[in-house]
Design a protein around this ligand. Structure first.
Ligand code: GCU
Length: 623
């Protein structure tokens, strides 16, 4: 009886908290796309507020009655100095920089306002989910602050079950992309600081008890055991949950514990996911009134000395780096179509791997890569000169890591979580990154941990990586620009590499710039001929690297950067793309494509020669 009283009290307390105080930022909801959602995408009313007048008073204190109250300026006898009833609109999702010329370089606050109606049946719950807002978002519903989210590339949501109004609801978001030294990333980066509600916004309706999260994958290094867990939210104890994988004839029923959690293991022999055959299995998870479907690929990944082993077969990661930027108009990408265009170019290049730099890309990109057969390197923006000794900075970086893993842990094609890019060596930096690596491994033991370290020229023409971080990582991954930042193209002919640590070598960046259509001598920088010649010589250098297991040259497509100022050549674009920002393939594209074709054939032969032909016991002739 006492136990029941405790449960009832706990449930009442939770409901009271949810109803009175502001909504709590709820833990992430797995697989939004499979749920009952209502999109809030489209045109939102906006106010550009560089001095944050809608939030701080003239003494720089947050004040009640700010823009979040969304007051209509109807009584002209009263003073009101804002009004959302304006023709200043922005599309959501989307960055503001490429939507409005006045906002091209803008860094600061833009207020977004959306009105919507929603009738929620009793016993149902409603969540407000954001795919991402760059960089800081504060959200209000009907004048009540729901909460704040920091980090420009990870999803977040708030439960609004008890905050809905009859008729029109007012949703207000303060989006602020100001760069801050203690932030993640910090104030200096080589990509455009796209601001805004850059990914979709949706209302997610669930039963009172729903399947909030789940994980389904092969057990580490075991291709015959599928394991995972389910987490319910609501009245969750001793609930039945069923996992269905019809194509594998799996129907597994489990019962949740006091925390609404249930784990499982089932024997199975799934066809393993590979880039050549990206097999995905339809799964359904049901519990009570809730049902979620997904598509899961099964594979194992590990290293063996200097080899990367996918499903116990040595692979070479024929990769390319990609920023989350659309083809053609070069704004923040967010859709399946945006993803498909970029990945189709990578496919034409002959890639089986993409480095989604330098931050978690949108979920459509990861899922489209999984369907199209690309292995993925996924990364948090711990980039360059992060404030290693600031506790809040570490907490922010760790939160972004956890959110990235939480969202994509069921995407089999992600094989590397990357925790940093080109960070200067120091004790505080090593501690910061080692803690992130430990955190990632505590959350996920079926992926490799990487980072883009930097190389060192130990003597003229002899290169290596001298970074204590390589003891923490599973691969020796690093960026090098021999032939661009480091010497001219002919330097590639003179360089050799040596590595002590017996781990796979992965070059996460190499390359050089060219403006599409600019032609001249191979010695002239920014001509297609320079880039082509540099790639030819660079690839000959790569072939001499012992233990090279993959590379993701920088970069698939020219992209916007505020650091690139050669007029009529760069004009705010980094020109290291093998494809121009208008989708035109440069000469170097075909140099890399040719090498990848050779590698594909070589590894196919290697794998065939290693292939153990199953010895099937001789069948007795049955008459
Ligand atoms: C660095 C960095 C990239 C940058 C590139 C470049 O390696 O990681 O983000 O764009 O160099 O200078 O083009």
């Amino acid at each position: 009886m006492k136990h029941l009283q405790e449960k009832v009290f706990a449930f009442l307390l939770a409901s009271l908290l949810a109803a009175t105080a502001f909504a709590q930022q709820a833990p992430s909801i797995m697989n939004i796309g499979s749920r009952q959602t209502t999109s809030l995408d489209g045109q939102w009313k906006t106010i550009v507020d560089p001095f944050e007048n809608g939030y701080y008073d003239y003494r720089l204190k947050p004040y009640d009655g700010g823009y979040a109250q969304d007051k209509t300026y109807s009584d002209k006898a009263k003073l009101q100095e804002y009004d959302f009833e304006t023709d200043k609109l922005l599309f959501v999702p989307g960055d503001w920089n490429t939507q409005r010329p006045q906002l091209y370089y803008y860094e600061g606050t833009v207020w977004y306002r959306k009105h919507f109606e929603y009738s929620l049946e009793p016993g149902k719950r409603l969540f407000l989910n954001f795919g991402a807002v760059n960089y800081e978002a504060i959200v209000w519903l009907n004048g009540k602050q729901l909460g704040k989210h920091i980090g420009g590339f990870t999803p977040f949501n708030f439960e609004i079950t008890h905050l809905l109004k009859e008729g029109t609801n007012s949703l207000v978001v303060k989006a602020d992309n100001k760069r801050i030294p203690e932030a993640v990333p910090t104030i200096n980066a080589d990509w455009w600081n796209f601001g805004g509600i850059t990914r979709p916004v949706s209302l997610v309706e669930t039963p009172s008890t729903y399947i909030r999260d789940y994980y389904v994958q092969l057990k580490k290094d075991d291709t015959r055991t599928i394991e995972g867990w389910i987490q319910l939210d609501g009245n969750t104890q001793s609930q039945k949950v069923t996992l269905d994988i019809p194509e594998l004839k799996i129907k597994k029923e489990v019962t949740t514990n006091a925390d609404g959690y249930a784990s499982f293991q089932v024997k199975a022999a799934p066809l393993l996911w590979t880039p050549e055959n990206p097999k995905l299995y339809a799964i359904t998870i049901t519990s009570g009134a809730d049902k979620v479907t997904d598509e899961i690929g099964f594979r194992t990944i590990r290293t063996e000395g200097t080899k990367i082993m996918l499903n116990n077969r040595e692979i070479f990661c024929r990769g390319i780096s990609i920023h989350e930027e659309t083809a053609y108009y070069s704004g923040r990408a967010y859709s399946k179509d945006h993803a498909h265009t970029l990945l189709s170019w990578a496919k034409e290049l002959g890639c089986n791997f993409v480095r989604l730099a330098h931050y978690p890309h949108n979920e459509e990109m990861v899922r489209e890569a999984e369907r199209m057969g690309f292995l993925v390197w996924s990364e948090i923006p711990v980039y360059w000169t992060i404030h290693w000794e600031n506790k809040e900075t570490y907490r922010n970086a760790e939160q972004q890591l956890c959110d990235m893993i939480a969202r994509d842990k069921n995407r089999c094609n992600i094989i590397i979580w990357s925790i940093a890019n080109e960070t200067p060596i120091s004790e505080p930096r090593l501690t910061f990154l080692a803690n992130l690596a430990n955190k990632a491994r505590s959350l996920d033991n079926v992926r490799l941990i990487g980072a883009a370290m930097e190389k060192e020229e130990v003597s003229p023409g002899l290169m290596t990586v001298n970074d204590p971080l390589d003891k923490v990582l599973d691969i020796i991954s690093f960026n090098e620009y021999v032939g661009w930042y480091d010497g001219d193209s002919e330097k590639c002919d003179r360089v050799n590499w040596t590595f002590e640590t017996p781990k796979p070598v992965f070059i996460s960046e190499l390359g050089g710039g060219a403006l599409y259509g600019r032609h001249g001598s191979p010695q002239e920088r920014f001509t297609e001929e320079y880039q082509e010649d540099m790639y030819i010589r660079h690839i000959q250098m790569l072939k001499r690297i012992p233990g090279l297991a993959g590379t993701t040259p920088w970069i698939l497509k020219d992209f916007r950067s505020p650091r690139r100022h050669v007029p009529e050549i760069q004009d705010d674009f980094n020109r290291k793309g093998l494809v121009s920002d208008k989708g035109q393939k440069k000469k170097a594209f075909f140099v890399l494509q040719k090498w990848y074709e050779e590698l594909k054939e070589a590894y196919k032969k290697k794998s065939l020669s290693k292939q153990t032909i199953p010895i099937t016991p001789k069948k007795k002739n049955r008459l």
